[in-house]
Design a protein around this ligand. Structure first.
Ligand code: ZN
Length: 260
């Protein structure tokens, strides 16, 4: 009899645990963000302040869900604060704003370092040349369960240079998970960036995107959310492709600075 009771308890746990977890996340999402959290995002994240009210409510719901769902681990002696979690969660959830109800469902944890961190793993370039030895990174989409970030680089986000390491790494994550938007257009745009760099031109997109298709998509995603009007102006087809992929149109948001 005790065996049957124990077995029943295990089965009940297996059935109930996911339902309880789902309810906890739904409640966190419904609860949304505090007034202090909203104030912080208004000051720190231009896209949050610029978007229409209905999308802002949706972003708050996703952000609260993300914060309740993911583990934030401080590495290298870093103490992770509430505002660090908030800043990273809100920027990550920009990428899921038009896409789904549960943000990055398979991601378990964000590992946060105080500054750039060193990894030691072989890397392969486009030509198949493998480089060994240590490399300092600002972020890394490690696998389906973890993303690594440097807080110093998260803080260095800038709409002027369209630099955003959170968007960059989470774009890598989504790209690996979904395959990203159609490759033929991305390849043509990547070839255009490489040609412009070869001619010594100043490029709108970060030249780092010329590395390969994967980096190109991540760099283009940074520009899409940080400088959408300028991107729609200078790379209209690439902008349209990312608009279809992310299912939002930030260049049209009321508070977004128009392209000059
Ligand atoms: Zn990258």
């Amino acid at each position: 009899m005790p065996v049957l009771v124990a077995a029943a308890a295990v089965i009940a746990w297996i059935v109930l645990a996911p339902a309880l977890a789902a309810r906890r996340l739904r409640r966190a999402g419904e609860h949304g963000l505090s007034e202090a959290d909203r104030m912080y995002l208004r000051q720190r994240l231009p896209a949050y302040a610029a978007m229409p009210d209905c999308l802002r409510t949706q972003l708050e719901r996703l952000t609260a869900t993300f914060m309740a769902d993911k583990v934030f681990d401080g590495c290298g002696g870093l103490q992770v604060t509430h505002l660090m979690r908030l800043a990273i969660s809100a920027q990550a959830c920009l990428l899921e704003l038009g896409r789904g109800a549960l943000p990055f469902p398979d991601l378990r944890s964000v590992l946060l370092y105080p500054a750039g961190f060193v990894v030691n793993e072989p890397r392969e370039d486009d030509l198949g040349v493998v480089t060994e030895g240590p490399e300092e990174l600002s972020g890394q989409a490690w696998d389906t369960s973890r993303i690594l970030l440097s807080w110093e680089d998260v803080n260095a986000r800038s709409e002027a240079t369209a630099y955003n390491v959170v968007i960059h790494e989470f774009a890598h994550y989504l790209h690996a998970e979904t395959g990203g938007p159609g490759e033929s257009l991305l390849e043509a745009e990547l070839a255009g960036l490489r040609a412009a760099i070869d001619h010594g031109e100043d490029t709108f997109l970060d030249p780092y995107g010329a590395e390969d298709l994967i980096e190109f998509f991540a760099v283009a995603s940074e520009a899409f959310f940080e400088a959408p009007a300028a991107m729609a102006d200078s790379h209209p087809r690439l902008y349209a492709s990312l608009r279809d992929f992310y299912r939002v149109d930030p260049a049209a948001w009321p508070g977004m600075a128009a392209a000059s």
